[in-house]
Write a protein that binds this ligand. Structure first.
Ligand code: NIG
Ligand code: FE
Length: 412
């Protein structure tokens, strides 16, 4: 497939550039008035229209004048396998109840777990497929999906099997993260070590046998899992080759980031609450700070200090956090807009964070997240736009016209 007359080909980072740190995020590397050739699912070549080789001029081509071509969004933090929405909590939130209050009253994660325990694998696969299809149509071309609404051996495994089925059914890369340490089930409210033992001795070995997870996650937060408990779980995960990607500093500064960095986490996610020490601990590490501004937007909690984190030369990724409780939306376009409007990221920084750095936060940036010869042809073509900044500027509007996955148009 040959695309010609592209107004701007966006995200042309060198193929060996696997992650962008700090000020490296300022440049998007755009080629204006370009062509792009794809073959067998990969990017074969690209260049300026004025220099298009005569050898490819005979190929069937699509002209996209006025439109941009972007690498697909890489959404590195989601919880899209769930049994039911939770809009009943929406009303409570509007009345002023906090996330913690709703959780403490039996809402929140435990509410989702009760519903998921009663759902079949087929039902969960069906509803997650609908969500994922919708997200792909919104430009997402790679995704991470977490367990964490099972909270029993059987149901955590059930969730991970659903994610495995999604991996086989969809034409995009999917990474699975094991998040049994999402909340203490009621039966273990007074017996934390009992639940941790279940994770370590029952769940992890079975997950390893069935190869059901790529990463391990813990919701490290007051009222959920302590720093010490997090450390214990991450170390157990490492025994099975699962690297950490954890929920850190969402509701308070807790020491979660520091313990994740010590355990060589791929990413620390949320970071709505940070101080100087948090940022210092990230500065000399390769851990990516994954920010989830649509969670802040929906819960009405602070927005992460993206500028402080980027100024400290840390890599920032943006992701949706799609889940029924804190972020009932999987729209990366809105996340990129919020990255600019609320996190005060420049459009170039936000787009890099949602593409190459998102791919890096799933360890797939060798193949995804930017436009380079030899990388997978997962991209989207925009509507005619005056500039790249127009995409995040026109928040809530749909500027994506065509989705291309593995070099082929995807219609859903
Ligand atoms: O990332 N904070 C923990 N987990 C999810 C919310 C889960 C839920 O409320 O169901 C999050 O925001
Ligand atoms: Fe989350």
């Amino acid at each position: 497939m040959l695309i010609t007359n592209i107004k701007g080909l966006v995200g042309l980072h060198p193929k060996d550039k696997l992650v962008l740190r700090g000020s490296e995020m300022n440049d998007l590397h755009v080629l204006e008035n370009a062509w792009l050739l794809m073959e067998d699912g990969f990017i074969k070549d690209f260049g300026k229209m004025s220099e298009i080789p005569s050898s490819i001029l005979h190929l069937p081509s699509t002209s996209v004048s006025g439109k941009y071509v972007f690498p697909s969004w890489c959404d590195s933090h989601t919880h899209i396998v769930f049994a039911a929405s939770r809009e009943e909590e929406f009303a409570l939130k509007i009345q002023g109840k906090t996330y913690e209050e709703i959780a403490a009253a039996g809402g929140g994660i435990l509410n989702s777990a009760a519903k998921l325990q009663n759902a079949t694998e087929d039902e969960l696969f069906e509803s997650a497929s609908i969500r994922l299809n919708q997200m792909i149509l919104l430009g997402t071309g790679a995704i991470e999906i977490k367990s964490g609404y099972g909270l029993t051996v059987e149901s955590e495994i059930k969730m991970l099997r659903v994610i495995k089925k999604l991996k086989n059914a969809f034409p995009i890369p999917i990474k699975a993260t094991f998040l049994a340490a999402h909340a203490y089930p009621a039966a273990f409210k007074e017996d934390h070590q009992g639940y941790i033992d279940l994770i370590i001795n029952k769940m992890l070995p079975q997950i390893a046998v069935e190869k059901l997870a790529d990463y391990i996650d813990v919701f490290c937060e007051k009222g959920f899992f302590s720093v010490e408990e997090t450390d214990q779980i991450l170390k157990a995960g490492a025994q099975y080759g699962l690297k950490p990607k954890i929920h850190a500093n969402q509701l308070s500064v807790s020491g979660a980031v520091e313990i994740a960095v010590k355990n060589k986490a791929i990413s620390v996610d949320h970071l709505e609450e940070t101080n100087e020490e948090t940022i210092d601990s990230l500065q000399n590490s390769n851990t990516i700070a994954t920010l989830l501004p649509s969670c802040s937007f929906y819960l009405g909690i602070p927005f992460a200090n993206a500028k402080g984190i980027i100024d400290a030369d840390v890599s920032v990724a943006l992701a949706t956090d799609f889940n029924p409780g804190s972020t009932p939306s999987g729209n990366m376009n809105f996340v990129v807009s919020l990255g600019c409007i609320k996190l005060k990221m420049q459009p170039e920084q936000a787009i890099n964070a949602a593409t190459l750095n998102g791919a890096a936060a799933m360890e797939i940036s060798k193949e995804y997240g930017s436009i380079a010869i030899g990388k997978r042809a997962n991209l989207f073509v925009t509507t005619p736009m005056p500039s790249i900044a127009y995409l995040p500027y026109s928040f809530g509007e749909m500027q994506i016209e065509t989705i291309i996955l593995n070099g082929e148009i995807f219609n859903g």
